[in-house]
Design a protein around this ligand. Sequence first.
Ligand code: DON
Length: 301
Amino acid sequence: MREVLEDVHELVRSLVGQGRVADYIPALAEVEPRRFGLAVATLDGEVTGVGDYRVPFSVQSLAKVFALAAVLGADGDQIWGRVGREPSTHPFNSLVQLEIDRGVPRNPFLNAGALVTTDRLLTLTGDAAGALRGFLRAESGNPALDSDPRVADSELAHGHRNASLAHLIASYGNLENPVPEVLDHYVRGCALSASCADLALAGLFLARGGVGADGTPVLSREATKRLNATMLVCGMYDGAGEFAYRVGLPAKSGVGGGIIAVVPNRCVLCVWSPALDVCGNSVAGVAALEHLTARTGWSVF
Ligand code: DON
């Protein structure tokens, strides 16, 4: 496996650094764009990786998968009354999309949708960011995994767009908690730092029919199938169609440059490279997953 990953690393070397590092969160603009890490966690919990696969980076929207899983696990299907599961045609932070959808975010991976799942997790636990951190620590087996306060503060100080989204959702009566609290928990969840190795392990329940690190279910098999299906159509935002065509796996990206992809009943992949395309997806990351799946034949199709 390491040899395959090394070949993939070699194939994408010229793409690493191509694209733009997210700079609307100033702390993310300081990240070195030429980083690249790739890890594979197999069902038995073994991790193989290359490059910077043990270097923590800002998970950003990757957190949305785990927040949704935590809500589905605690609350069943209720969240689907407050957020849709259709792909979006506008960017991940679009106000227009939310207005068109009349305050019911089109899917849980848009910022608007994740604000709603964070709101529900806050109601359910009293500490959404803490619950999310606990979930990631337990599933990755890394007790040191934590939120980076510099990134969280930086995002909060420049988070006018998310504040607008939260207020618009509230104006439609679709928030249970005060806007500042929801934003605070959302931003601290996005600011969690984790490595490719951590995240591939943390996502393994998605490849194991919902079975978590301790052998007990995080989610039912049915709920896991649905979460993977939602990732497939919504996880890469307005780049989801192109990603499905090139890679053919359920996946989720973050503006920190990470992508998690699930190969059901086999493994979870996590790639990190901070320079992004126009949809907010890692340029070298998508290319690496394309090469890896072409080489291995891994796909849900
Ligand atoms: O709310 C934001 O804009 C960021 N904290 C997360 C956005 C993100 O990662 C979108 N993914 N590509």
